[in-house]
Design a protein around this ligand. Sequence first.
Ligand code: IVH
Length: 680
Amino acid sequence: MRVKEIPEEIRRRIEELREEIEYHNYRYYVLAAPVISDQEYDKLVQELIELERAYPELVTADSPTQRIGDKVLDEFKSVEHSEPMLSLDNTYDEEQIREFDNRVKRSLELHSVEYVAELKIDGVSVALRYEEGRLVLGLTRGDGTRGEDITENLKKIRTIPLRLRQPVDVEVRGEIYMPTEVFERLNSDRIERGEPPFANPRNAAAGTLRQLDTRITRERHLDSFIYYVVHPERYDLKTQWDALSWLKTVGFKVNPNSKLCSNVQEVIEYWKEWTKRKDQLPYWVDGVVVKVNQFELQSTLGMTAKAPRWAIAFKFPAERVETRLIGVTIQVGRTGVLTPVAELQPVQLAGTIVKRASLHNFDYIQEKDIKIGDWVYVEKAGGIIPQVVSVDVNRRSGEEQQIQIPRVCPVCSGRVGKLNDEDVALRCLNPHCPAKLKRSLETFAARSALDIKGLGEKIIEKLVDSGLVKDLADIFYLTPFELTQLGSGIGHKTIANLLSEIEKAKTAPLHKIITGLGIPMVGEKTARVLVQNFRSIKKLSNASFEELTQIQSIGPEVARSIREYFEDPKTKELIEKLEKAGVRLESEEESKQQTLSGLNFVITGVLKNFTRNQIEELIQSLGGKVSDSISRNTDYLIVGEKPGSKLEKATSLGVKTITESEFLKLAKVDIKNLRQQKLF
Ligand code: IVH
């Protein structure tokens, strides 16, 4: 036999090289503390490759050279797990983790329990079987009872030992992940080649391990963290903490950030700390796994059908989650815009349960190719409003359905269309669409506007549907009798409260009223600026485009929007109706500062600060009157330079004469202020 012909020293040298290479792999990948240079390492590998080439019968499955050569498999075999691979229950906040702790302590009848807190790596879980220290099988989780044999792919991952540092029979479990940097590089390559990018490193890792061509795994640089020993008692391990350090000694890469916690409070601190620090890690994590440390206690606690009772996932508040799009509804906004809203399979996102998310508009749906039945990614925009950001096309079954663009308004069946070609929003074009009025009333009554407590969504619905309210001003004309007609759920007390709130709203600060009008692009902040500059709705409604854009924080778009709003005849009607109802449409100061109320003025000569028109307007706005000629009714003659005959007449009739600056004092007007406000 030929085997006999192989010189003993060759066998020995091959064996020696394999051990040495695995040792240096361990130093480099697991301990991150290499003891030789890359060149020296490469030399060892090269020598082994050459010897194995010369004596192919000596190649073994656990030789380090197996990490290099590639295989293309026909299929992955399905193999049963030695014991089921369980998943974990999830918790999302302090209270829930304390409940878990209480459950554990109650079951064990103990006052305190020690936990190991580990980072929850966002990867793919695998089981690795070793016989006499040699890797013989690697399985995916599969359905938990059977997994797929991905041994060949796993061999390409540098941190998975092909041979352990002790010749033990053992099965371990852990996570295969793609480091963030690798993930980002892979995705930019894919985008460049016109292939769809992976949504996250976990999908990328799963996709890679599913490849039948092992070269792909080798090139994609996956990594591993091992955290679980099956039958730890066989290695005399009493605790998870010991198991982690044993895993490291026998050659596995173990996450260095785990912490032994003597109580749940320490677990919570750990979670808080990593909530802040997680983004600094070179891989994605989505929470903390909390495990009862003592194996004996773990056995006492046992497990449910799906998950162990001795461990739980304590998730970080996710900024982005994947969930199923089960339907689309359409909301009609204040300005008639039809907004498609995603109805989602409920999912935990950044601390709340999300069931609906914005899809922005129908162009967005087309652009992102979003379909009903899709798995979609949801994020909170600005941390508040959930929105669908993308589709996981890899999870499509082919059963997904196109989202229909509405032809008519879903509320009033009115025509829909865009305002112009650049407009992305589809709008209901029916000016009497009840949905628009309802949203407008909501804006009007909102806290940032008139703050009418008790005028909420439900009552607005009834007011509009019953026909009692046909525009914003109508709420100021409501009578107790009319409100009792609205029927169920609205008692006398509610009605009295609502009416007194409405009464109060009549004297709300002007900026709140302007906010409530819902002028497109005018929010509370802009409303304040407008009040500072114009002080009354009347003045604001007469402000020209130029006057508006002269104000620093008001750009042309906002100015145009304000002009359009006030040019609409319906707005004029509304303002009149509000005024009639007794709603104060000027700023408080404006209405108080009627400094010239009841006084009659006549003007003569040339003034320094004003034209004739300007001073007349000013006097009128302060409650005074201006006449052309002196009479007994004249209170003051304002005398400018080069006065005319009026001065003589005034003196003869005993009418008081005042200079321009005396007038300003009398009127309590600061000319500098007026100039700044560009009123003159
Ligand atoms: S222990 C029976 N520890 O999270 C114990 N799991 O949602 C099972 N995972 O399927 C798991 N990091 O894929 C454990 N340090 C860690 C983990 C971890 C990530 C994954 C694992 C598991 C899933 C459960």
